[in-house]
Write a protein that binds this ligand. Structure first.
Ligand code: SAM
Length: 216
C-alpha cells in the first residue's frame, strides 16, 4: 500500500515539475527561438479576433499583447504554472483577461457563448483533439470563427511515417506535443467549414493556419 502511495506521490511531483519547466521554457525561452515569420503569422491571426474571445491553451500568454483592444478576452489552460505566467503578463499589459484552469475538451460555459476561439500550437497537445474540436464548435455562436495555427501530420507519406515513428519520444521531450495530428480532419468532423488554409514549413513540422467557420 505504502509503495503504491509513494509511487503516486513521485509521479505527481514529477508531473508538477515538468509542467513548471515547460511553463518557464515557454514564457522565457521559446519566444527567442520562434522564427520571425511565425511571430508575424501569430500577429496577423490574432488581430482578426473580435467580440467575446476564448484562447484555448493560452499558455504563458504570448498572444495577449496581440489582441485588438475592444475584445472581451478569456483564456484556458490545464497547466496552472502556464496560467500564472499568463496572469502576470496580463497584469503587466493592464489587460483584463478571464483565465481559467480547464481543458479544451470540457469548457464549462454555455453553447454559443463566444464569437471567436483562438488555437495556436495547442491541438498538438490536447489529449482528445476530436472532443476538443466538438467542444469549441459548441461554445461558438453560429457564424463564429475558430482562428487557428497548428503544426500537423505531413501530407507526404514518408514524412508522415517519420512523424509517427518519432512521435512518442518527441511527446516525452516536448510536454505531450504530438507531431502527427490530423487537426484539420478534427475540425471538419466537428462540423466546421474551412476557409482556404495557408500552409507553410514542411518536413517534420508542416504548419497550417486559417479560419474555421461555424455555419449560421
Ligand atoms: C505549445 S503550448 C502553446 C501555448 C500558446 N497557445 C502559444 O501559442 O504560445 C501548448 C499549450 O496547450 C496547453 N494544453 C495542453 N493540453 C490542453 C488541453 N487539453 N486543453 C487546452 N490546452 C491544453 C498546454 O498546457 C500549453 O500551454
Amino acid at each position: 500500500m505504502r509503495t503504491i502511495r509513494t509511487r503516486a506521490t513521485i509521479s505527481h511531483l514529477s508531473k508538477r515539475a515538468t509542467s513548471k519547466f515547460f511553463a518557464f521554457f515557454f514564457a522565457h525561452f521559446y519566444p527567442r527561438l520562434e522564427p520571425g515569420a511565425v511571430r508575424d503569422w501569430r500577429r496577423g491571426l490574432v488581430a482578426r479576433a473580435s467580440g467575446r474571445v476564448l484562447e484555448i491553451g493560452v499558455g504563458p500568454g504570448l498572444n495577449l499583447p496581440l489582441y485588438p483592444s475592444g475584445v472581451e478576452l478569456f483564456g484556458l489552460d490545464p497547466n496552472p504554472a502556464m496560467l500564472r505566467h499568463a496572469r502576470r503578463r496580463a497584469r503587466g499589459l493592464g489587460r483584463e483577461v478571464t483565465l481559467v484552469r480547464a481543458e479544451a475538451e470540457a469548457i464549462s460555459l454555455p453553447a454559443g457563448f463566444f464569437d471567436t476561439v483562438v488555437s495556436i500550437f495547442t491541438f498538438c497537445s490536447v489529449r482528445r483533439p476530436d472532443a476538443a474540436a466538438r467542444e469549441i464548435y459548441r461554445v461558438l455562436r453560429p457564424g463564429g470563427r475558430l482562428l487557428f495555427m497548428e503544426h500537423v501530420r505531413s501530407a507526404h507519406p514518408a514524412w508522415a511515417r517519420l512523424q509517427r515513428a518519432v512521435a512518442p519520444a518527441w511527446s516525452l521531450c516536448a510536454g505531450g506535443c504530438r507531431l502527427d495530428r490530423d487537426t484539420l480532419g478534427y475540425f471538419l468532423d466537428a462540423g466546421f467549414v474551412l476557409e482556404p488554409v495557408a500552409r507553410a514549413g514542411g518536413g517534420i513540422l508542416p504548419v497550417v493556419r486559417g479560419v474555421a467557420l461555424k455555419r449560421d
